[in-house]
Design a binder for this molecule. Structure first.
Ligand code: M6R
Length: 366
């Protein structure tokens, strides 16, 4: 059932164009975005004045991307938090607070408990979930399903990219229900998002180049990932993927935080992976790249067609991705080279990528 691939993880990485296309399918009709499967009172969404996104691990990083979209398109304040932290503090919730609980499996104990905690305080809960009929899906007031298909590898890949799509759809839906965006505007954005599957195919063609980089860096003991804005959750996700399957030390930082401490770690031979798509924070990323390089780091930059010329003058290696059809959708493309980089490093080091040590696919204990 690996369909010719060596591992489930590699198969699932390659399934992303299809998974993303399926998650986008059939959402727009008669001038409106429909998320019928949510099965909640449509008007309720128009009254939301605060959003909490609760999740664990990779799903939380998808939630961070959703936050930028919810604030930008829907104009609603949004917080993202580890489900395991949320349930042990005293969050202020009321019926106008929307809780979005993100979980691939729908069986993660912490996420379910956080959702129930919110529901007890009369906040409506929407699950963004991949498994139909899972506990979270059943307990929530409404569900938006991602259509990633079964994800077997412990390291989440296609579930993550489809969760980002789901988060963007929820943000657009909230914008529509609040009257912040009109049908034509939403239709235009959705039309542009339809280009993502073919852009993902293009990104997957970088595999050979990424494998060569992995060969070069497979013995680097510490890798630092840096990003800003939507590049930041992808920096976190890139570091998590590398730790999970290669067992090498990896950390991620908001690039602007480097000077406040982490840059002290940089020395000759350090590897820094920089998320550096063209966009409103690109100039700042270039300064951060220059700073770490001046202290001896080798920099692998993940750029886009519009940023690659500047990056070539500043970084040691540049991977050039197609331009995303919208800046907020950029992470769906930029995470893929980091999935492949972690994958190749781990396999070159002889690790079992589908079943990494100490980890379970679904964490059903606290
Ligand atoms: O099933 P969930 O989305 O609730 O799982 C959450 C995390 O356990 C999961 O994303 C984990 O971080 C992955 N192993 C990451 O690759």
């Amino acid at each position: 059932e690996k369909q010719g691939y060596d591992t489930f993880m590699l198969k699932e990485i390659h399934e992303q164009p299809r998974a993303v296309a399926d998650t986008l399918l059939g959402r727009f009709d008669e001038g409106r975005l429909h998320l019928d499967e949510l099965q909640t009172d449509e008007r309720e969404f128009g009254r939301v004045d605060k959003v909490f996104v609760l999740a664990c691990g990779t799903s939380r990083y998808a939630g961070m991307v959703a936050k930028y979209a919810i604030e930008h398109w829907a104009g609603i304040p949004c917080e993202v938090e580890e489900a395991s932290e949320f349930r042990y503090r005293d969050p202020i919730l009321d019926p106008h607070t929307l809780v979005i609980a993100i979980s691939q499996s729908g069986e993660t104990t912490d996420t379910i408990a956080a959702a129930l905690h919110a529901r007890d305080q009369r906040a409506p809960v929407i699950a963004l979930c991949n498994i139909v009929g899972s506990t979270l899906a059943r307990e929530a007031d409404g569900v938006l399903y991602t259509h990633a298909g079964l994800e077997v590898a412990v390291a989440s890949t296609k579930a993550f990219t489809t969760q980002i799509v789901g988060g963007l759809l929820l943000a657009l839906y909230l914008a529509q229900q609040r009257g912040r965006m009109y049908g034509s505007e939403i239709e235009d954005i959705l039309g542009r998002l339809q280009q993502i599957p073919s852009a993902l195919e293009q990104v997957l063609e970088l595999d050979g180049e990424i494998r060569q980089l992995a060969e070069q860096y497979q013995a680097v003991p510490y890798t630092m990932f840096i990003g800003r804005h939507v590049g930041l959750p992808i920096a976190y996700e890139g570091a998590l993927k590398l730790k999970e399957i290669s067992y090498l030390h990896a950390e991620a930082f908001a690039a602007g935080e480097m000077k406040h401490g982490p840059i002290a770690l940089i020395e000759d031979g350090s590897l820094v992976v920089a998320l550096a798509a063209a966009g409103h924070v690109f100039g700042k990323m270039v300064s951060n790249i220059q700073e770490v390089r001046a202290r001896g780091a080798s920099v692998l930059a993940i750029g886009t067609e519009g940023s690659t010329a500047d990056l070539k003058a500043n970084a040691d290696h540049v991977l050039t991705l197609p331009e995303a059809p919208h800046e907020l959708a950029g992470p769906i493309l930029s995470v893929v080279p980091l999935q492949l980089f972690a994958y190749h490093i781990a396999t070159l080091r002889g690790e079992d990528v589908d079943q990494p040590r100490n980890l379970a696919k679904t964490v059903t204990v606290e």
